[in-house]
Design a protein. Structure first.
Length: 186
């Protein structure tokens, strides 16, 4: 295996495959000579075939969503994915944070707004389902506090954002901390 700043070469059965990767994926790729597993996506164009590699299915799925937006090609999608973990980018889309995407080379104001408009509903539904499943499985203080915030009228994603950075074993403490955080943000 070979690692470069924008791609890796994976040896599979004696054949080297060059996969373009994001900076986030590159962090997860082990040093040269070690075994690696990447999720791959093949993009076929009239004049080329290009492989893109991802450290997680979540990142690959976000790549697929990004290239579905008009004006976003695979190279810009990879540059976007280099801007942070897939979950952070999904939250930025769900929250309507267009400025986060304007920082990516090749994405201007209109394109970043297009990303938000075209992907917001798809992403928000996915995140809310994951949050609900995680809360049902854990049954811990955090999930109880999240449920309390949802019952108070906060969206599940918004409730999770309010709970980020808070710690404690008592759901009432977490709920109070989240409400203080919401009050100070206004």
């Amino acid at each position: 295996m070979v690692r470069r700043s924008d791609h890796v070469v994976i040896d599979a059965g004696g054949v080297g495959y060059r996969l373009a990767v994001s900076a986030e994926t590159l962090k997860a790729v082990p040093a040269a000579g070690n075994d690696a597993f990447l999720h791959a996506e093949l993009i076929s164009r009239d004049d080329s075939l290009a492989l893109y590699g991802f450290s997680s299915e979540e990142e690959r799925d976000l790549f697929r969503l990004l290239v579905s937006v008009s004006g976003i090609g695979p190279k810009v999608a990879i540059a976007t994915l280099s801007g942070g973990a897939a979950r952070v980018l999904l939250r930025a889309i769900a929250a309507g944070d267009a400025k986060r995407f304007q920082a990516v080379p090749g994405i201007g104001k209109r394109t970043s707004e297009r990303i938000i408009v075209e992907l917001r509903e798809k992403v928000a539904g996915t995140l809310e389902a994951e949050v609900a499943i995680a809360a049902a499985e854990t049954g811990d203080a955090r999930s109880l506090a999240r449920d309390g915030l949802v019952n108070l009228g906060y969206a599940p994603l918004e409730a999770e954002q309010l709970l980020d950075g808070l710690s404690g074993e008592d759901p009432q403490e977490l709920l109070a901390g989240a409400l203080r955080k919401a009050g100070s943000a206004r």
